[in-house]
Design a protein around this ligand. Sequence first.
Ligand code: SPQ
Length: 423
Amino acid sequence: MLRGTFELIGDKSISHRSIMFSAISKGNNKVSNFLMGQDCLSTVSCFRKMGVDIEIAGKDVFITGKGLRGLKTNDNIDNLLLDVGNSGTTIRLIMGILAGNDFESTLIGDESIGKRPMKRVTDPLRMMGCDITGKDDANFTPITVRGGHLHSIDYKMPVASAQVKSAIILASLYADGQSIIREKVKSRNHTEIMLKAFGADIKENGLDIIVNPVDELFNQDIYVPGDISSAAFIIVGALISEGSEVLIKNVGLNETRTGIIDVIKNMNGNIEIIDERVVGGEKVGDLLVRYSKDLTATTIDKTIIPRLIDEIPVIAVLATQAEGTTIIKDAQELKVKESNRIKTVVDNLKKMGADIEELEDGMIIKGKTRLHGATIETFKDHRIAMSFSIADLISDSRVMLDDTNCINISFPGYFNLLKDLTK
Ligand code: SPQ
């Protein structure tokens, strides 16, 4: 069982953005409660390579902005090599910034990044006039960006993706007129919220985002709220293991991220929001979660998918402990994350004895089933590793993960926390 109270680590999406937007602002910026995970540190290292002074002190980061058009290290390098590691957010958002800066750089990453599609970003940036080349017509790394003059764009997003939307918003800051980005379903909006605080001219009209170019962004102090996607593992652990009660302090509760709370409530799970407040434009609160023995199945579809996309692996574990048939559909985006998260979840849960069927765009899970120990193939995907460490809490023999290092991508200190809470 899990019992205790803890302060949640900083949000990964907001941490990335805090470094990027500070780097292209004018003046001195301070970020508190920054997530020191490997992905966010990849963002730090890319901007240091582009000449940005970034100092880390504990959980605080101090960034001296170079201004909107001031990036680049020194004139002796013709092509700057930027390594994004495992981070999809780093590569996709950075491309939007590189598109507006007048130099050439090449983006590379690890094996998993090499398989993730980038055309969703390179296509609209090319439409704006950016010169981009790369493997398979700039769909895969290595990708070379030659930034410079950009035209405005009116773009209908073919996929619900915060990374694509953010890249276009960033490029639009540099464009020669007003741009409109049209979403089909609202994806996480941390870019819009934070850029407005930095002085960007961004308006939202329903699902449309209207961006006017600016001369400069201005420095900020940013507080990063806790990451609900990281909290998700402990939340599910508490819901399914008997006798649990955890209080998670400082959870980011931006509505574009709280789909998991709605799903848990639908499933009859015992979760309560306490002391809701707004910090730096983002909603924050504490979450009280208790063991819930009468969980029921649910259906998750496109109306909610973007609000819980990263939580689906651990929601699948939860569904094995809910009475009835849970259907997860319209989640084809899961196939192009750090691993094919539909297949990885289904194959590994099957090994543990779950009644689960793979769909083209999701999965069907029949519960409630007893889970058995197994060796889990994580594909070095942090969210898969943590999801199955939670399945281990209720399995009748131990779960072995083939890799645990990947957890540092988003949740350094995860196993220490789990140990502290395990009673
Ligand atoms: O950064 P990366 O590797 O893409 O990370 C993931 C994750 O699970 O941590 C996805 F694999 O989160 C994405 C998320 O799925 C982070 C993100 C963001 O910060 O903008 C947006 C989501 O992706 P999408 O599909 O909305 O662009």
